[in-house]
Design a protein around this ligand. Structure first.
Ligand code: FAD
Length: 308
């Protein structure tokens, strides 16, 4: 692991720095390149600007590892509000959430009820909830909960999972989820995981990504291929073309503020693109993980700070 990646991952877990950064005006300005604002209204404005470019969106109210159920309920309330606003404004968008933001660490049963209410609301309004994947202590629980949500009457097709190609277990998980026709977002994985459970070399993570992408594209279910890596995108395009996979049977996904040139190019070429738009006051760990992936992004962020 590069020294910068290790540095930013350790900063992402630094609580005092996080508390300071999230409260300071300068911190908010620093985050603005990758976070669409602090309020629902700002997130919806960014969503509307993105959909106007022919892309779809998934909106994420940033936050994780809440320490009491009131915070979890408040976060869920924002998701209910978001789903209604998306539907009423006819935006081509859905929502993404993290289970630890919905109280998973505090009370699993209550957390499941809270998330189920959000998914049932999305289903009623013909929308969709993506359950983000967190670090490996949560992998099995998260997949079990996604399956339970998917099997709840009325919810099928309105909730989906995320699979990380750096985990050795992912091929089996993909097969199991595909057998139930659960929609998957495939990504490489953003956390620090040990060698016993995760590939450490980039070429191994990439090879597994390509292997899983091929299973997903042939599965007959609508999945998301989430990456900014030109090599992964080229491999996906080559496979889709060689197998005659129609353009509307899967989508690419990228993060807000990252490789906007590539996002627009793929749309121009007729491929589907969904942009993941994060917003909210709890942006600090999210931003540090983005800097861990590409420390050069610190330059973009500093440029933003000095821009008037
Ligand atoms: C829509 C979406 C949702 C995600 N959801 C999750 C999730 O639920 N759980 C999870 O663990 N992870 C999630 N991730 C993060 C993901 O796991 C990776 O950490 C992240 O996408 C970086 O991997 P990569 O495939 O983009 O390429 P990398 O292997 O990190 O980089 C390869 C190349 O891609 C380009 N690139 C990558 N990042 C950037 C950047 N920030 N700026 C400019 N160029 C860049 C560069 O050319 C770089 O050389 C998500 C990612 C996306 C796009």
């Amino acid at each position: 692991m590069s020294i910068f990646r290790a540095l930013f991952i350790s900063l992402s877990e630094n609580r005092p720095l996080r508390a300071f950064a999230e409260k300071s005006a300068i911190g908010r300005r620093l985050s603005s390149r990758f976070v669409a604002g602090m309020s629902v209204e700002e997130a919806l404005a960014a969503t509307s600007a993105t959909t106007a470019k022919g892309m779809s969106v998934s909106v994420d109210n940033l936050g994780e590892n809440v320490t009491n159920l009131d915070e979890a309920r408040e976060s869920a309330r924002l998701y209910h509000e978001l789903i209604d606003a998306i539907v009423e404004r006819k935006l081509d968008a859905n929502v993404s959430l993290k289970l630890t933001h919905m109280g998973l660490d505090i009370d699993e049963a209550v957390s499941l009820t809270i998330v189920n209410e959000v998914v049932a609301h999305a289903a009623k309004r013909d929308n969709f909830v993506r359950i983000d994947m967190e670090g490996s202590p949560y992998t099995q629980k998260t997949l079990d909960i996604v399956r339970e949500l998917h099997r709840t009457p009325g919810n099928a097709g309105h909730v989906g999972a995320v699979i990380q190609s750096y985990l050795h277990r992912s091929e089996r998980d993909v097969e199991e989820l595909c057998a139930e026709r659960i929609r998957i977002r495939l990504c490489k994985g953003a956390y620090k995981e040990p060698a016993e459970i995760a590939f450490q070399a980039k070429e191994d993570v990439d090879a597994n990504f390509v292997k899983l992408m091929k299973i997903l594209l042939k599965s007959g279910t609508y999945h998301g291929i989430a990456t900014h890596d030109p090599k992964m995108i080229d491999a996906t395009l080559a496979f889709a073309r060689s197998e005659n996979i129609p353009h509307d049977t899967f989508e690419f996904q990228m993060l807000y503020g990252v490789r906007r040139d590539l996002q627009e190019q793929l749309v121009r070429d007729g491929w589907r693109m969904r942009v993941y738009i994060p917003f909210g006051t709890e942006w600090y760990p999210y931003l540090m993980r983005r800097l861990a992936e590409r420390p050069a992004n610190a330059v973009f962020i500093l440029k933003n700070l000095f821009r008037r």
